[in-house]
Design a protein around this ligand. Structure first.
Ligand code: ZN
Length: 129
C-alpha cells in the first residue's frame, strides 16, 4: 500500500473509533454521556477538540488513563486529543508524564484534569507501598 494511502486508512480507523469505540470497549452509555459532559477539553493538555476534518491531531478520542480495558468506569475513561492519546500509547500514566512530549507541552500532574489527578494519586500510593 502506498504510504499516503496507508495513513489515510489509519486515520479512517481512528475516526471510526471515536464514533463506535464506546460500544466496542464496553463503555456504558451512562459513562459515555458523563464523560462527554465532563471532558470538554483534552483531559491531558486541556486543548479544545477540533473537527477531524480540520486537524486529526486535535480530534477527540476515547482514552483509558490506566491501560486496562476492564477499567471502563468514569474514573478511568477520559476524552483526550489524538495527539496526547497517540503519544501516551501503551505507556503508564506516570511514565508518560516524564516523557519528552509532556515536558515539551508543559503537561504534568498539576496541569491535567482532576479525574487524571485522582488516578495519579492512587497510582503513586500503589507504587510506594
Ligand atoms: Zn491533548
Amino acid at each position: 500500500m502506498p504510504r499516503k494511502a496507508y495513513f489515510s486508512w489509519l486515520w479512517g480507523i481512528g475516526t471510526i473509533k471515536t464514533t463506535t469505540m464506546a460500544n466496542r470497549w464496553n463503555i456504558s452509555k451512562a459513562v459515555e454521556d458523563f464523560v462527554e459532559e465532563r471532558d470538554k477539553n483534552c483531559a491531558y493538555c486541556d486543548s479544545k477538540f477540533t473537527d477531524p476534518k480540520v486537524s486529526k491531531k486535535g480530534m477527540k478520542t476515547w482514552e483509558h488513563v490506566i491501560n486496562d480495558l476492564n477499567l471502563t468506569d468514569k474514573d478511568n475513561i477520559v476524552l483526550s486529543c489524538m495527539s496526547c492519546n497517540s503519544s501516551k500509547g501503551a505507556k503508564h500514566i506516570l511514565d508518560w508524564l516524564n516523557s519528552d512530549y509532556c515536558k515539551t507541552n508543559g503537561i504534568n500532574k498539576n496541569t491535567v484534569a482532576s479525574v487524571v489527578k485522582e488516578v495519579i494519586i492512587k497510582e503513586e500510593k500503589f507504587i510506594r507501598h
